[in-house]
Design a protein around this ligand. Structure first.
Ligand SMILES: [Zn+2]
Length: 305
């Protein structure tokens, strides 16, 4: 691959401000793009109004800027892309790959995350030709659907999508599902490399399958460990991860570099933000990143003194 064909991205949801865990993912994707002389795009995944926090999207942009993580080109807001998601849904419907699912939450809960295909018999051509009852649209997976993912950090993994069953592309509240919007936009933005947290490792084979169905090239994936609290839970808004302290931008960055396997030299403790990012870009190696699903603050490499 020619170096200048590298296009990476960071794609946060505006459900709250960035915390250290989300900075870790932003920084890793930024450095991988810059180390490959690539572009780094920003996409705001604002397709879930009930979970969104007013002002969070602007705050995220400001936080990235404060940390020197400057993106290329305009920001893509998924809320502007609804017609494209509808078109893709119709394309998949015409190919006979979709059906409406009106199973209620109580029934789905009994299935323990593996959809049994109960509604398969009722095929829908598109969201428009649906029954009146509230329903989601699912993609019908082939009889056997094993996907091999050659992850740049975690190595080769084989997933059997049949284990979790047909997944949802259009939600019962009439919003596009994450898997559809995310894969379609990775294709639309020409993303060549997706560097993100390993909490999304289960999504990648589904997105690969979907891209294949839509005849769109799949990106390369690199899943970094997610930052967990000492109880082993991923830092998130749900477990009250604190917002990044904008008065500690340098130490936020150095902490994240430590978690990504860097031994940062002591001079960097007095360096400017661009100097730290330049140093990290020059020393960036995916092979330094621990191939783990989780890291905690105590796993951080020590800063040399
Ligand atoms: Zn169903």
């Amino acid at each position: 691959m020619a170096v200048n064909s590298y296009i990476g991205r960071f794609a946060p949801s505006p459900t709250g401000p960035l915390h250290k865990g989300s900075l870790l993912a932003a920084l890793a994707s930024f450095l991988d793009a810059r180390a490959n002389s690539g572009q780094w795009l920003l996409r705001i995944e604002d397709l879930d109004p009930p979970r969104e926090v007013p002002g969070a999207a602007d705050l995220i942009l400001r936080q990235l800027d404060e940390h020197g993580l400057h993106w290329d080109g305009p920001v893509l807001y998924q809320s502007s892309r609804l017609p494209a998601y509808q078109d893709a849904l119709q394309q998949l419907g015409r190919a006979g790959l979709l059906y409406a699912c009106d199973c209620n939450r109580a029934r789905l809960r009994t299935l323990n995350g593996c959809y049994d295909g109960a509604c398969r018999a009722r095929k829908a051509n598109s969201a428009a030709t649906s029954p009146d009852k509230p329903h989601a649209i699912r993609i019908q997976l082939p009889e056997r659907c094993s996907i091999a993912l050659d992850d740049l950090i975690q190595g080769v993994m084989v997933f059997d999508l049949g284990k979790t069953g047909d997944f949802i592309l259009w939600r019962r509240d009439q919003l596009p599902a994450y898997q559809l919007a995310c894969s379609l936009d990775d294709g639309y933005q020409g993303i060549s490399h997706v560097v993100r947290g390993s909490d999304l490792l289960d999504s990648s084979p589904r997105q690969m399958h979907l891209l294949h169905c839509l005849d769109i090239e799949t990106p390369q994936y690199a899943h970094i460990p997610v930052l967990s609290n000492p109880q082993g839970e991923k830092l998130s808004k749900q477990n009250h991860a604190p917002k990044l302290n904008s008065r500690q931008v340098l130490s936020n960055l150095l902490d994240c570099l430590g978690l990504l396997g860097f031994n940062t030299p002591s001079e960097l403790c007095g360096a400017s933000i661009p100097q730290v990012l330049d140093w990290a870009t020059k020393h960036w190696q995916l092979s330094n990143i621990p191939p783990l699903s989780r890291v905690t603050e105590s796993d951080k490499k020590q800063q040399l003194s």
